[in-house]
Design a protein around this ligand. Structure first.
Ligand SMILES: NC(=O)C1=CN([C@@H]2O[C@H](COP(=O)(O)OP(=O)(O)OC[C@H]3O[C@@H](n4cnc5c(N)ncnc54)[C@H](OP(=O)(O)O)[C@@H]3O)[C@@H](O)[C@H]2O)[C@@H](O)CC1
Ligand SMILES: Nc1ncnc2c1ncn2[C@@H]1O[C@H](COP(=O)(O)OP(=O)(O)O)[C@@H](O)[C@H]1O
Ligand SMILES: [K+]
Length: 466
């Protein structure tokens, strides 16, 4: 798990005030970190172009040009002339060493974007927009200095944003790098130390980035065990029973000892897989209940309320986010909600926390997750998306490991089954959400068919090899 920060200015200040480092030292380490990355990954036969802006992001780029000069064929292109104190100082140093400067964009092997970093606001001029277009269509390997130029502090992107293969970010990871919109521009990320180790540079935070290695699979350590030791996941089976069948199969494969679909008989259910049980009422030994997937109008409000009255752990998804009866359980401790953005917008409206569009939510995902978790501090919330956010009270976790392979109907149903299974097996709601989500993204990652072809069945089949 890695720490995430809203801003790193205060962390830089700590370096100056507590460790007696200077801006120059920090910047030299930033540039040196980028130079080391280039040396480790590219031969000095490869041409490098560094495009710089007027502020300290540009200054990082000019310092990098100086470090590589004499060793690599390196050129500097000013998108904007140096203006900040540090940019002017770096320019003076680069000039004294006769670092090559060019006036127009040229093809190269390694392209470094140091136009703007954390100080960017607004939109780019037409000139920089055109330059970014040329940079993005270049065949070069693309490195973003600190953040891809065009990405704002809040994580939204300008109309023209640099599309990096790797983002070498300074000191610590910024939250803004993990808004859904940024995912197409970021490439891989690496953190560069700024003169002190990352551990010392970083301070307290309540936002974390999940690593795949954090995944804890359900252990079957006990030898003298029977199915009852691994929980009983019950799922409400609604108008579209396929959804709960997929959830149920995922839950069974992920370790729940028993899985039961609860609902009324109908024709389609004659074809349910034989490994799933079926009942009209909630089995007494249910340890977790999953509801919402494909629910439709199968149950009356009264019937649903009866299910919700049970004080068992629950994972709630899909259709329930448009029903007011959800308000009755939001003060409980053992509940996980897993809305996608449209469902979360509906939930925010029902709870009267906000009346916003999906676009507004997507631009401010962090803010609205925090708002909801503050209002309902006992609920574990999992907001789906390209980068999943999981929140409980004042702690937040981002899972960035998913891919567009998962953008297909039924992926979410499998997620509900995975999380429900862990809940049934005794994981806390937060752990069930974190490890269910990590398993879900790992399943997509492990799938080796074409990206477009992943189905919920493929996800379920992959569970056996996690
Ligand atoms: N301790 C430190 O400080 C360290 C800082 N470090 C580095 O500094 C970076 C932050 O530097 P920063 O604060 O100077 O901001 P930065 O990202 O260069 O942007 C400001 C410049 O951008 C320009 N600009 C703004 N909007 C624009 C637009 N729409 N279109 C075009 N230009 C626009 C604006 O120009 P102006 O509008 O003023 O003409 C101004 O000059 C950080 O990301 C990291 O790389 C590292 O070396 C580690 C130590
Ligand atoms: N582009 C993407 N990148 C990563 N994960 C994605 C992407 N698109 C969808 N997902 C994931 O796939 C799942 C889709 O769930 P959902 O929208 O509820 O689908 P359904 O209800 O059809 O099963 C979520 O876990 C979501 O985070
Ligand atoms: K940049």
């Amino acid at each position: 798990m890695q720490k995430l920060f809203e801003e790193v200015g205060s962390l830089d200040t700590k370096c100056y005030e507590e460790f007696f480092l200077s801006e120059d030292i920090l910047m030299e380490h930033a540039a040196n970190g980028m130079a080391s990355y280039i040396r480790a990954n590219f031969s000095n036969k490869q041409t490098t172009l560094i495009v710089t802006g007027s502020g300290n992001n540009g200054a990082d780029g000019i310092a990098l040009a100086r470090l590589l000069h004499g060793e690599y064929d390196v050129s500097l292109l000013y998108a904007k002339v140096p203006k900040s104190q540090m940019a002017l100082l770096q320019e003076k140093r680069a000039k004294a060493l006769h670092v090559k400067q060019i006036k127009e964009f040229q093809e190269c092997d390694i392209l470094v974007d140091a136009i703007v970093g954390t100080g960017f606001s607004g939109e780019f001029s037409a000139e920089i927009t055109n330059l970014l277009h040329a940079m993005n269509t270049s065949r070069a390997f693309k490195i973003a200095c600190d953040v891809p130029s065009g990405l704002t502090k809040s994580g939204t992107c300008a109309k023209a944003t640099f599309c990096a293969d790797v983002t070498l970010t300074m000191g610590a990871l910024k939250k803004a790098l993990f808004l859904d919109e940024a995912k197409d521009f970021l490439g891989k990320t690496e953190v560069l130390d700024l003169g002190v180790s990352r551990k010392l540079y970083e301070s307290q935070t309540n936002w974390y980035l999940l690593d795949m290695q954090d995944l804890k699979l359900p252990a079957r350590e006990r030898k003298n065990a029977h199915k009852g030791n691994f929980g009983h996941l019950s799922l409400l089976c609604g108008e579209k029973p396929g959804a709960s069948v997929m959830s149920g199969l995922a839950g069974l494969k992920f370790g729940a000892g028993l899985v039961t679909l609860v609902g009324y008989e109908n024709q389609q259910l004659l074809h349910i897989p034989h490994s799933l049980m079926y009942a009209h009422a909630l089995p007494d030994n249910t340890t977790a209940l999953a509801l919402g997937m494909g629910l439709g109008a199968e149950f009356s409000d009264e019937e649903l309320q009866d299910f919700l009255k049970n004080d068992i752990a629950m994972i709630i998804d899909a259709d329930v986010f448009s029903m007011k009866l959800i308000l009755k359980i939001l003060s409980r401790k053992n509940i996980i909600l897993t809305p996608h953005p449209k469902e979360f917008v509906s939930l925010l409206k029902i709870t009267e926390l906000a009346n916003i569009s999906v676009e507004e939510l997507q631009q401010k995902r962090f803010k609205y997750v925090e708002l909801f978790c503050k209002a309902y501090p006992h609920i574990t919330l999992l907001l789906k998306g390209a980068n999943v956010i999981i929140g409980l009270n004042n702690n937040f976790f981002i899972n960035p490991h998913g891919s567009a392979k998962l953008a297909k109907a039924g992926s979410g149903d499998v997620l509900s089954g995975l999380i429900g299974s862990l809940l049934a097996q005794g994981y806390t709601p937060l752990d069930a959400a974190i490890h269910g989500s990590l398993a879900h993204t790992k399943l997509a990652h492990n799938y080796n068919g074409s990206d477009f072809s992943l189905t919920p069945e493929d996800l379920i089949q992959g569970i056996g090899n996690l």
